[in-house]
Design a binder for this molecule. Structure first.
Ligand SMILES: C[S@@+](CC[C@H](N)C(=O)[O-])C[C@H]1O[C@@H](n2cnc3c(N)ncnc32)[C@H](O)[C@@H]1O
Length: 200
């Protein structure tokens, strides 16, 4: 069953503004073609990608997220949705792939497969935007209750992010660190790496 914390997140993020690094990725990516939203949640980034003219393939492991998006984009023939995980999704060739606050929850044993499929999907021209949980984030701590959200958290340090993306040129690498709160108002220390990258 979906938790209150997840429902609150979908409610609060449904019409969220896009993050600055997502905008950078849009500036660098080919301006037409297919965009893929990995772990799309309530669909705010799908809506933005559609407003930019991309045809959007989006997936999420959570059926509830996909049914919210199915309702939201019911009249849009250029939004293709599926219940999938990072390793199981069938990635079409794309201009832009985004994983906004979703790789946080990528099962560790799917991560390498994701990177491999990502590279094939993007070819030589496509752009990737993704964010990664850093070691000092509350989610990386032993007291964090991962089960109230989407399960185990995949934590990176700076070097590990760069190593994972070794076949990419990093266009932008931003380390965010601040005290704030979650969608349900709980205090949270955020430590996130946001990366925009292109295949070398
Ligand atoms: C913090 S939300 C971010 C949602 C959206 N990208 C956004 O920026 O609003 C994390 C999302 O990742 C999804 N997720 C978690 N594990 C996943 C997996 N293994 N494969 C695909 N999506 C996953 C969750 O269901 C959730 O929708």
């Amino acid at each position: 069953m979906i938790s209150d914390a997840v429902l609150a997140y979908y409610q609060s993020s449904k019409h969220a503004d896009i993050r600055p690094e997502f905008q950078s990725a849009l500036d660098f990516a080919p301006s037409t073609g297919v965009a893929i939203d990995c772990g799309c949640g309530a669909g705010s980034n799908i809506a933005h990608l559609r407003s930019c003219g991309y045809s959007v393939h989006a997936y999420d492991i959570d059926e509830q997220a996909i049914s919210l998006c199915a309702e939201r984009f019911a009249n849009d023939a250029n939004v293709f949705l599926s219940v999938d995980s990072f390793g199981t999704f069938n990635y079409p060739k794309s201009s832009l792939v985004i994983a906004d606050a979703s790789l946080f929850f990528c099962p560790a044993d799917e991560f390498d497969e994701f990177i491999e499929k990502l590279q094939i999907s993007l070819g030589t021209k496509g752009v990737f935007y993704g964010s990664f949980v850093g070691e000092r984030d509350t989610m990386a701590g032993s007291e964090f209750n991962a089960q109230q959200y989407w399960g185990d958290v995949l934590v990176f340090n700076k070097d590990e992010v760069r190593t994972a993306l070794r076949n990419f040129d990093i266009v932008q690498f931003v380390e965010h660190e601040r005290d704030g709160e979650t969608a349900t108002g709980e205090p949270h220390h955020w430590h996130i790496f946001s990366v925009v990258a292109k295949i070398k």
